[in-house]
Design a protein around this ligand. Structure first.
Ligand code: 5GP
Length: 183
């Protein structure tokens, strides 16, 4: 936690939910499970920019298999609704490949559900989801999550890729915000 005391003292933050060690221990376990399940398969880790890249980078180092990575970026349409616009598409085709979507957090699941439907049309050999954090009490979309780091309560969290208006992404731990911040 060297050099991070100033960040943790930020008045917007409530408390640390997962320390860097807790996160990495769990990432190691999830990586080992993926290594067992995908042995001998052509694995693509697919991540949605930008929050997922921290988890992806650590997870990939704990999967002891050959794999490739690809990235997408999405933005919600103004006015809400479940549809999202793909602002950056994958670089490579996924047809016939085993695709594992790596997410930082799943909340209602609406964004991811939309994305999975788009990806399914490209005929991957398999399509599964791995998320670090799961606010499953808030789920609206009917999603199967194959790998989950932690279940968390309905609180807004930041750090380890997760931001608030661009802030806090680089923190090595995950923290809750003070209730007053989210209103
Ligand atoms: P969903 O479509 O599952 O409701 O969530 C879409 C997106 O909302 C997530 O990918 C994430 O970007 C954002 N999100 C949901 N909950 C949180 C949270 O607690 N903290 C942060 N920083 N982003 C969140």
């Amino acid at each position: 936690m060297r050099g991070r005391t100033a960040v943790l003292a930020d008045p917007l933050l409530d408390r640390m939910l997962f320390s860097p060690d807790q996160i990495l221990d769990r990432v190691e376990e999830v990586g080992a499970a993926i290594t067992r399940d995908y042995d001998g398969r052509d694995l693509v880790l697919l991540t949605v920019l930008r929050g997922g890249i921290f988890f992806l980078a650590d997870l990939a180092r704990h999967i002891d298999l050959p794999l490739t990575m690809d990235f997408m970026a999405v933005s919600s349409y103004a006015g809400g609704g479940a549809a999202v616009r793909i602002t950056k598409d994958l670089d490579d085709a996924i047809e016939g490949r085993h695709v594992l979507v790596v997410e930082d957090i799943i909340d209602t699941g609406l964004t991811l559900n939309y994305l999975l439907n788009v990806l399914r049309q490209r005929r991957p050999a398999s399509l599964e989801v791995c998320t670090l954090l799961d606010k499953d009490a808030r789920r609206i979309a009917d999603l199967q999550v194959a790998y989950r780091g932690f279940r968390i309560p309905d609180r807004f969290v930041v750090g380890y890729g997760l931001d608030l208006g661009g802030r806090f992404r680089g923190m090595p731990f995950i923290a809750t915000l003070r209730d007053e911040v989210m209103g």
